[in-house]
Design a protein around this ligand. Structure first.
Ligand SMILES: [Zn+2]
Length: 318
């Protein structure tokens, strides 16, 4: 998390659009970077409660977005990726106590093949009394490494088993590892989900793409106050839209809906810098080597942010 850097840029707390959060493991000290301790979870829930935040089901947020309604600033949506046993053992009780709804995204193969760290179908059915069960792929693959055919196979197989075992149709989808490109997104959208949530920092308002909703991770060391202060920046990404050739980012062209003279630019592994904005356009040349297979480019205007994920796509066009 680049939260420390971000907090230097805008240390402020205010009401700001809706926020979707994602958890993975609970009270599982073997994996500190994807874990939320029971104490931390309670601190977060107390923070929501004492600061007037309303935890609503993902469904409520998506319904409002579809109706183009203004989204209340105090809405929070809680999601959990991967059907780990630790949620059942160390998380569920607190969600029940606070009556906080949640959506849990199921990695189907892990439950189907009874992998030791994962919940059983019966446990998932029990959990579904308190929250919704959603889809997180069959085999939890790195989707950008799969061909269209291989992707379709994973979706079809996973959805069939999910529906047969749980007798419900998942409405929402999230990508394994938060990795996707336009090609992967297009295929995911063929399966009729009502919305897709990603794993990019940010907030949600009526201008958000319901098939690309930003979701903040609440794992390891996080700054909840800072994440809650983010607002959604309306931005039209013209360049880049895909991982650039040879991994060098040469140009940035983004239209933003804010009349400002400068914005912040963050590129994974490159840190933050200030860039000029003219007539609501960011149009600059760059020479930035992308250092990772998965890179985030973030534009910020005060506490408003917009993120573009740039990831190598084995079957995509550059
Ligand atoms: Zn996952």
């Amino acid at each position: 998390m680049k939260v420390v850097l971000l907090s230097l840029l805008f240390a402020m707390t205010l009401w700001a659009d809706a926020h979707i959060f994602v958890y993975h493991r609970f009270g599982d000290s073997r994996y500190p970077s994807t874990d939320t301790t029971k104490e931390e979870l309670k601190r977060q829930f107390d923070y929501f409660r004492t600061h007037g935040y309303k935890v609503v089901p993902l469904e409520k947020l998506v319904t409002s977005l579809k109706k183009k309604k203004t989204i209340p600033d105090n809405w929070v949506v809680l999601t959990i990726d991967d059907n780990f046993k630790s949620f059942y053992d160390n998380g569920l009780a607190l969600f029940k106590e606070y009556k906080y709804p949640f959506s849990l995204f199921v990695y189907v193969e892990a439950t189907q093949k009874k992998y030791p760290d994962y919940l059983s179908w019966n446990q998932l059915k029990e959990i579904s009394k308190y929250g919704s069960l959603e889809f997180h792929s069959y085999a939890h693959p790195h989707m950008t490494k799969l061909s269209d055919k291989e992707l379709e196979k994973d979706f079809t197989k996973g959805l069939n088993i999910f529906k047969k075992a749980l007798h419900v149709e998942p409405k929402y989808f999230t990508y394994p590892y938060g990795e996707y490109t336009d090609r992967v997104k297009k295929i995911a959208m063929k399966y009729g989900f009502s919305a897709i949530v990603n794993q990019n920092m940010g907030a949600v308002n009526k201008y958000s793409d319901i098939f690309d909703l930003d979701r903040n991770a609440l794992v390891g060391k996080t700054n909840l106050k800072l994440l809650l202060s983010f607002k959604h920046l309306r931005a039209n990404w013209i360049k880049p839209t895909t991982f650039p050739k040879n991994g060098v980012l040469k140009a940035l062209h983004v239209e933003i809906k804010k009349d400002v003279k400068s914005a912040g630019l963050y590129i994974s592994g490159n840190g933050w810098e200030k860039i000029p904005v003219k007539n609501r356009q960011i149009n600059i040349t760059l020479n930035k080597k992308l250092k990772k297979g998965r890179n985030r480019v973030i534009i910020s205007v005060k506490n408003r942010i917009s993120t573009k994920l740039l990831i190598k796509d084995k079957y995509g066009t550059e």
